[in-house]
Ligand binder design. Structure first.
Ligand code: C2E
Ligand code: MG
Ligand code: MG
Ligand code: MG
Length: 285
């Protein structure tokens, strides 16, 4: 009986796999045209100073509005873009768009762009970013590049050259999703990160408790000594905001403050908080 059940399960599994594979193939083909067809756009999610409640940065998050499939989330198409190499073209487009938008913001607001390892290892990657900044008229110090620990798996020369070259020009680096990967302190020691983003699994979900709080506290302590900002991701409730602020995080990001919004709404959020008539509306914890 176990054998029959097993076979049925296998067949079901195969069907799902085939469907996934077909969808990935479709996405891969369509992604190449999506940019020209104007189906992609960048949304911006505020990163807020937990002391003052003011927006210090926006993270650029790509969205794909597919004519038939509807809104696709980056978790669905970024991995496909990485596998097929389209990520290099896509990434260049995202950086250029984000830099152009950020050039319209007040000078003390930065923009954070996520980079895939493949983009960083592509030839001429650092130069491409500097060109995008120049064309947009955005000073390098107003761009933050978010990388995850997966970048350091092979610890190639290309990675250190990229980071050192751009850091020297003033571009800032942030370590994203900290706590989900290898979380080696060696990378923090080796590279000039200005920011560490503690993954949202430490803030909300089943693993949150006394231990996760102690870990956030320890990371925040290190951040304060090394003069790095510590960002708590995925803040959805006032209780979470208070907890991470008490633990020493300096910045926060999450639905409690705002979801990622189109560029015109990002600009509106900024002008609202800078307009004295609206200062009372500000969401402070
Ligand atoms: P990430 O860099 O860690 O970005 C944060 C993700 O958490 C975003 O999902 C954001 O919408 C979501 N988020 C923010 N606040 C909350 C919250 O309070 N609760 C919950 N449940 N989620 C929250 P998104 O936009 O779907 O992006 C997912 C991932 O895709 C990103 O994770 C990033 O790794 C990748 N990604 C997004 N845009 C780009 C891009 O332009 N280039 C590359 N290479 N990767 C990107
Ligand atoms: Mg990110
Ligand atoms: Mg993150
Ligand atoms: Mg993430």
């Amino acid at each position: 009986h176990a054998k029959v059940g097993g076979r049925a399960q296998t067949r079901f599994f195969d069907a799902t796999m085939t469907r996934d594979l077909v969808r990935r193939r479709e996405i891969e083909g369509e992604l190449r045209q999506a940019i020209q067809r104007d189906e992609l756009s960048i949304f911006f999610q505020p990163i807020v100073d937990l002391e003052t409640g003011r927006i210090r940065c926006f993270e650029a998050l790509v969205r794909w509005f597919h004519p038939e499939k509807g809104e696709l989330r980056p978790d669905e198409f970024i991995p496909v873009a990485e596998e097929s190499g389209v990520i290099v073209t896509l990434g260049n487009w995202i950086t250029a768009q984000a830099a152009r938008t950020a050039a319209q913001w007040p000078e003390d607001v930065t923009v954070a762009v996520n980079l895939s390892p493949l983009q960083i290892k592509a030839p001429g990657a650092a130069l491409g970013i500097l060109n995008a900044l120049r064309e947009a008229g955005l000073p390098p110090s107003r761009l933050e590049l978010e990388v995850t620990e997966s970048l350091f798996l092979d610890d190639s020369d290309a990675t250190s050259v990229f980071i050192e070259e751009l850091s020297a020009k003033g571009v800032r680096f942030a370590l994203d999703d900290f706590g989900t990967g290898y979380s080696s302190l060696g990378y923090i020691n080796k590279y000039p990160f200005r920011k560490i983003k503690v993954d949202r699994s430490f803030v909300s979900g089943k693993d949150v408790g006394r231990k996760s709080e102690a870990i956030i506290r320890a990371v925040a302590e290190m951040g304060s000594t090394l003069e790095m900002d510590i960002v708590a991701e995925g803040l959805e409730t006032i209780e979470q905001v208070q907890a991470v602020r008490d633990a020493g995080c300096t910045l926060g990001q999450g639905y409690y403050f705002s979801r990622a919004v189109p560029d015109y709404l990002a600009a509106m959020l900024l002008s609202q908080e800078r307009d004295p008539a609206h200062s009372g509306d500000r969401k402070t914890a």
